[in-house]
Design a protein around this ligand. Structure first.
Ligand SMILES: Nc1ncnc2c1ncn2[C@@H]1O[C@H](COP(=O)(O)OP(=O)(O)O)[C@@H](O)[C@H]1O
Ligand SMILES: CC(=O)N[C@@H](CCC(=O)OP(=O)(O)O)C(=O)O
Length: 295
């Protein structure tokens, strides 16, 4: 059968899109890309499925994706079911001894498990890890630094050391690591670690090519919530100056991008996780999407 003209045009566009990705495939072949999947972009099953397909796709074109996930909305929902209110201070969940057990259970047994299942259904193998496994992360209690001084966050920590051995072993075995971020102190006390910041520490330790942070907005806005102020690219000095003016969940996200590029990761990206296959669009098209942070 002779294809219709429109079919031929469509086929040409598909071929052009594939060829457009050749430079990127060559550049990223064998490289590690750390992808942070955010809780707010994770609440929709179809988006989760598209994300899982993207991860499997990257794996099979020879890029080595590492997934670090959040789960803020899922933790908040479980806490509400248990009658425990959620309190955020400066973008971080105030965490007491009861809350940390819920955070640990939801992230590992619900969110990691669901994501790994979807990635496996998309045809790739996974290795589910948490900050507690094989000394992956060691954390230390931190307070939030605000323009008005320090704010206590309870059992909240930041990653101080990373032992990437288990992640590298999984990658060498062709698996996609799926990582939740609760992490112990040197004394074994469990801390709630924001997933954006943990993803940045891991990206640095792995010498990743990129950190990609998916969330539920199009990127970083200079003047939030003015939607005309989307930033497509920002350097680390300019971002450092902008940080004190950021609000809520964007604070740890942009701290993470800054830590990644300061630590030697060439580029960090904030990407709209509400758009299906946004990761593929970012990696494989010339224009890219969202906000790109460079040194
Ligand atoms: N300058 C800004 N640019 C973009 N989003 C911002 C900004 N300031 C605050 N936000 C808020 O940060 C949110 C993203 O953070 P968060 O809810 O923690 O995401 P996630 O669950 O994906 O980690 C956005 O939905 C938006 O409401
Ligand atoms: C300290 C702190 O705030 N920890 C986060 C951990 C999960 C996370 O980071 O989830 P998102 O990526 O979905 O925001 C929390 O308890 O919600």
């Amino acid at each position: 059968m002779i294809p219709q003209q429109s079919d031929q045009a469509l086929a040409r566009i598909k071929a052009e899109t594939l060829i457009e990705s050749l430079d990127w495939l060559r550049e990223f072949h064998g490289r590690i890309v750390v992808v942070k999947f955010g809780g707010n972009a994770m609440v929709d099953e179809a988006l989760q499925q598209a994300f899982a397909q993207d991860m499997a796709y990257l794996r099979y074109v020879g890029i080595r994706p590492v997934v670090v996930h959040g789960g803020g909305p899922q933790i908040t929902a479980r806490l509400a079911e248990l009658g425990i209110p959620s309190e955020f201070r400066h973008g971080f969940r105030y965490t007491d001894s009861q809350t940390i057990e819920v955070v640990r259970d939801v992230l590992r047994n619900q969110v990691s498990a669901d994501l790994a299942r979807l990635i496996e259904e998309a045809g790739a193998q996974t290795s589910v890890l948490s900050g507690e496994d094989d000394n992956l992360f060691r954390a230390e209690v931190v307070k939030a630094q605000t323009p008005d001084g320090e704010v206590d966050l309870g059992l909240v920590g930041e990653v101080r050391t990373v032992n990437p051995r288990s992640v590298l072993q999984a990658l060498d075995a062709g698996q996609i690591p799926v990582i939740s971020t609760v992490a112990p102190t040197v004394l074994g006390e469990l801390l709630n670690v924001n997933a954006d910041l943990a993803a940045a520490s891991l990206a640095v330790a792995l010498g990743a090519e990129k950190l990609m942070v998916l969330t539920d907005v199009a990127g970083l806005y200079a003047d939030w919530p003015n939607l005309d102020s989307l930033i497509s690219e920002i350097g680390s000095t300019e971002l450092r100056n902008l940080l004190p003016r950021l609000q809520s969940g964007m604070i740890p996200k942009m701290q993470a991008c800054l830590a990644a590029v300061d630590g030697g990761v060439p580029k960090a990206h904030i990407i709209d996780g509400r758009q299906p296959h946004s990761i593929l669009l970012e990696i494989f098209t010339k224009s890219g999407v969202g906000t790109q942070v460079v040194r």
